[in-house]
Design a binder for this molecule. Sequence first.
Ligand code: B12
Length: 273
Amino acid sequence: MSYTDLEDKFDENNVYVRYNVVLEGPAVKPEDDEDVVKILPKDEPFREIALGVLHENNDEVLDNVKKALDDGVSPIDVINKGLMKGIDSVSALYTKGIYFLPDLMLAGDCLMAGVKDCEKVLGHKSETKGTVVSFVAEGDPHDIGKNLILMFLRAGGFEAVDLGRDVPADKVVEAVKEYNPIMLTGTALMTTTMTAFPKVVDAMEKAGLNVPIGCGGGAVRKDYVESFPMSFYGVEAYHTPKLANAILEDKLSWDDVRKKYSDIVGEFVPEYS
Ligand code: B12
C-alpha cells in the first residue's frame, strides 16, 4: 500500500490523543470513545477517579482518590465504582487496538496506587480470625484482583498469605501444608491459565487435602469452576472476607458455598441467580 493510499484511508474524525500527543485534525479523547462512554461512571467523584486510570495519570488518580476518601466516600466504592471502571475502559480500548500493552501496564499501576490509599483507610485488624492463602494461576501475570482480595481479607481480620502470581500447583499444596488455611483463593485472567485450577484440585486430592478454593478472575466462568470439585466461583474481591467468615464460623463446605453464595455475601449476585 502506498503512502497516498494510506492518506486516502485516513479518517481525521477518528484520531485519538495518546501519549499526550495531539495529532492534527479533530482529536477524539479516550473518554469520548463510544464503548468507553458506556463504561465510565456519570457521577463524581467516581468519574474523575476512573478518568485518571484511563489517562494513565498517577497524580490525577492519587489526587482524586485522596479527595474522595477525605470527603468520606467508602474505599470499597472508590475501588469498585471508580478505579475498576477506569481499568474496564482501558480494556475496551485495548480490545479495539487503540490502547496497547504499555497502556495496560501504566493504567494497572495507577489503579494499584489508588488501591494502596484505600487500603490505608480500610486498615488491618489487629487480631486475626484464620488464614487464607491466595494465588494467581500458573502462567498468569495478572495480579490486581488477587491484590484486592488480600486487602479485603486483611481489612476483614484474616491473615492473608500472598503466594504471588504464576504459582504452580505443587507450591499451592506446600503452602496449604505450611499455613493450614481455612480457604484458598485462586485468580486467572486468561483462558489459557484457568485450566490451572483443576490441576491444583488434583494435586490437593493426591496430597489428601481438602480446603475450599474460591476461583475467580476475568476469564473464569461459574460453570467451568463447578465442573471440578473442592471449588466455588468467586465473583467480587470484596466478597472474600464474607465467604471466609461463612467457611470459618458456619463450617460451610465448598458445596454449601456454591448453594448459598448470594445469602453469604448478602446481595443479589446475577451469576448465582
Ligand atoms: C491490566 C492488564 C494487564 C497487565 C497486568 C498488570 C497486573 N499487575 O496485573 C499486563 C500489562 C501485565 C497484562 C499483560 C498481558 N495481558 Co492483560 N489485561 C489487563 C486488563 C486490562 C485488566 C485486568 C485486571 O487487572 N482487571 C481488574 C481485576 C481486579 O480483575 P480480576 O483480577 O478479574 O478480579 C476481579 C474478579 O474477577 C474478582 N476475583 C478474582 N479472583 C477472585 C477470587 C475470589 C475467591 C473472589 C471472591 C473474587 C475474585 O475480583 C475482582 C473484582 O472485584 C485485562 C482486560 C480485562 N477485561 O480483564 C487484560 C487481559 C486479561 N489481558 C490479556 C492478555 C492477552 C494479556 C497478554 C497475554 C498480552 C500480550 N499479548 O502479551 C499479557 C500477558 C503476558 C504474559 N506474561 O503471559 C487478555 C486475556 C484474554 C484471555 N481471555 O485469555 C485480557 C482479557 C485483554 C483482552 N481483552 O484481550 N495485562
